[in-house]
Design a protein around this ligand. Sequence first.
Ligand SMILES: Nc1ncnc2c1ncn2[C@@H]1O[C@H](COP(=O)(O)OP(=O)(O)O)[C@@H](O)[C@H]1O
Ligand SMILES: [Mg+2]
Length: 372
Amino acid sequence: MRIGVLGGGQLGRMLALEGIPLGNRFTFLEPSPHPPAAAVGTVISAPYDDLAALDRLADAVDVVTYEFENVPAASAHLLAERVPVFPPPASLDATQDRLAEKRLFEELGIPVVPYRALDAPAELGDALDAVGLPAVIKTRRFGYDGKGQAVVRTAEEAERAATALGLGLIAESHISFERELSVIGVRAADGSRVCYPLTENHHRGGILRASWAPAPALTRALLRTAERYAALLMDRLEYVGVLAIELFESNDRLVANEIAPRVHNSGHWTLDGTQASQFENHIRAVTGLPLAVPRARAPTAMLNIIGEMPDVTAVAALPGVHLHLYDKDPRPGRKLGHVNVVGATRETLVERVDRLERLLRLADRKESSLRC
Ligand SMILES: Nc1ncnc2c1ncn2[C@@H]1O[C@H](COP(=O)(O)OP(=O)(O)O)[C@@H](O)[C@H]1O
Ligand SMILES: [Mg+2]
């Protein structure tokens, strides 16, 4: 099939790398020059709301999907009048606004951290009374990789953060959690669904640094709960494609943080750690193929390459290592690639990750170890 993708970043690149073997061709709509997906398909270089460009895309493809959730929902709705668009554009409406997202979780009985909408500076006092301190103040829209949010410990800090972030905010309790987990679900148009094993995620500065999968020390109850949340959300949204839910594990409970209506960084390990990656299953879903079994092959870790390139030759020389580079110019905080590490046992995996960490120059940072 001819697949159109809104966005041409690394997620689009990996969708095509996994979708081309299934006989598909890719066209990306992407405003920035030299996007990572340029190597694997045709790029229409235009803003996401350029009507002529949206027309050209609709003419060129059989189905449209997205790799970036902050594309204007109106563009997705417009395209849907011409070609099938999966996931349904309404999923963008539900996930682009943190407030709408929290309400959706609540409607489905999925626990969230205490929160309050913050629409005017005068509401700050009430909001802090409701959520307590410390709190996290976040923009309702367009946040990613920890951008557009601040952890605040005093009312003065909260006021400064709210002023800096502008309006259209949400205040959340800053909760202490044992760890962060994510679940990646896939739903096909016929309503069939699969879920990848839960993944344990380590963030620093709001950016995902490492994932371990399947997450160690999981209980059946946690697994079943996460899968139930994914099923509830995907069914409610009449979803087609991959959806990720970021979760906090806190006192044996799973609390939902946010949804990504797309393939997700915490699923990159699936490229080398499973028989069929999240990218392949997303393409299967949007092109009407049956979903593939998402079982893990072996304990796997994923480490992001952020800001600076490591010694690629040295990384490639490590055993059990799979390099995925995105062909992006280095810039602080920018995701440039990731490395998947597979080990026959968890001990082998931990030992390999230790060596890789040193090369990625993460080992000497003061923050908590990436080790599980
Ligand atoms: N309410 C919270 N309590 C504690 N930590 C949080 C909270 N919200 C976010 N964080 C931390 O910040 C990270 C990024 O926040 P998130 O809401 O996922 O935004 P983004 O869209 O940038 O990924 C989370 O993965 C988590 O580590
Ligand atoms: Mg997040």
